[in-house]
Write a protein that binds this ligand. Structure first.
Ligand SMILES: NC(=O)c1ccc[n+]([C@@H]2O[C@H](COP(=O)([O-])OP(=O)(O)OC[C@H]3O[C@@H](n4cnc5c(N)ncnc54)[C@H](O)[C@@H]3O)[C@@H](O)[C@H]2O)c1
Length: 344
């Protein structure tokens, strides 16, 4: 089987990782990189001598040996660049968020379908072995009844110039919550603050209402000196913590919980609460690089003609939630229904 030729558009902080990973994978070869900044192209040239570099997107797209394009530019530019690549018949791996509005995401999905090419979104955490481990617990019902989930993604920057902290960071949490619960939120309520005064929220608190009364909550900030990357799931039998900053103990399972138990007659109809207090388990997780898993999955989907786990539809679901978040923000946190009515 011949290697797939990869072109990478946008080679800043994150894009250079794609260059490295696709260079390392045996199924692919990075043939060209496009960036508007010469200094980024110089770094690519120094580290990856075999890769052609250009500031001209048309030059990259025009290459016959580019089968697929990876787009790692700022979110606001995703739609325009992805459209050009899809129209040229290239498979596309687009960084998150897929687009900055629902209509554009729907249009990209249509374009990919009509061209018969793959469209995948870089919701990296769904390829993270720790999150995958948490999923084995949630999907096998090991937590008992899931009561709620919450996440914290705080740090000092990096501050984006095109989207709010919610569109930048909470998109990770929404994709993780949807994945762990196998569902999508029915409503959201969001408040935020522009503490740095740059015209977009840099602090955000989002509540998400999932089916069966399960609540999610995502706290994101670019203005918090305490770096946290954590997702917690609380169930009736267990509590699970995913801490992305703790490679040795990435997942911890607290075998503790509380649940209501019906009282026997004569107090029939009333409940008492059963407390469970067990061990704390640190499951063994085979270490692997999430981005490498993601890129490998993209290549396999092209080679085997499979639907990516994070396909365009999956990216669109997250964007639908984020549009509702923006509407709730405008209304100071009033609950807003998430619309899944599509024109697709
Ligand atoms: N999945 C993840 O975990 C993850 C992590 C970080 C960033 N990201 C995403 O990756 C994307 C890029 O983020 P970043 O931190 O690397 O940003 P960045 O600003 O460091 O890099 C973006 C690069 O794109 C280049 N660029 C902009 N417009 C271009 C164009 N029209 N043609 C060619 N190059 C162009 C810029 O010159 C810059 O070098 C964003 O969508 C971000 O959300 C994803």
């Amino acid at each position: 089987m011949e290697e797939l030729g990869i072109g990478i558009v946008g080679c800043g902080y994150w894009g250079i990782n794609h260059v490295r990973v696709f260079t390392e994978l045996p199924e692919s070869r990075v043939v060209a990189v496009c960036d508007l900044r010469q200094e980024r192209l110089r770094e690519v040239g120094q580290r990856f001598a075999q890769v052609a570099v250009t500031t001209d997107l048309d030059e990259l797209i025009g290459r016959q040996d580019v089968d697929a394009v990876v787009i790692c530019t700022a979110a606001a530019s995703h739609y325009d660049i992805a459209s050009i690549c899809l129209q040229a018949g290239k498979h596309v791996l687009l960084e998150k968020p897929i687009t900055t509005n629902v209509a554009d995401a729907e249009d990209l999905i249509r374009q990919a379908d009509s061209r018969g090419v793959k469209l995948m979104v870089g919701h990296t955490f769904l390829y993270n072995a720790g999150i995958r481990k948490v999923k084995t617990y949630t999907s096998q019902g090991e937590l008992g009844r899931i009561y709620y989930l919450y996440s914290q993604r705080t740090n000092l920057g990096p501050i984006r110039e095109d989207v709010s902290v919610m569109w930048d960071l909470a998109t990770h949490d929404v994709s993780i919550f949807n994945y762990l619960l196998d569902s999508t939120p029915e409503w959201v309520s969001a408040v935020g603050a522009r503490v740095l005064g740059n015209g977009r929220e840099d602090v955000g608190f989002i509540s998400l209402g999932y089916p069966d009364g399960v609540i999610g909550h995502a706290h994101t900030s670019w203005a918090d000196p305490h770096k946290v990357r954590e997702v917690v799931v609380v169930g009736s039998d267990k509590r699970i913590v995913f801490n992305d900053l703790s490679p040795q103990e990435q997942v911890r399972v607290f075998e503790k919980g509380v649940k209501p138990v019906p009282r026997e007659a004569p107090s029939y109809g009333e409940y008492h609460f059963l407390l469970r207090n067990g061990d704390i388990i640190i499951p063994r997780i085979e270490s692997s690089e999430p981005l490498k898993n993601e890129c490998k999955h993209f290549l396999e989907c092209i080679i085997d003609d499979r639907i990516p786990l994070t396909d365009g539809e999956n990216g669109l679901e997250v964007v639908r939630v984020m549009e509702a978040v923006d509407r709730s923000l405008e209304r100071k946190g009033a609950p807003v229904e998430v619309s899944y009515e599509g024109s697709l």
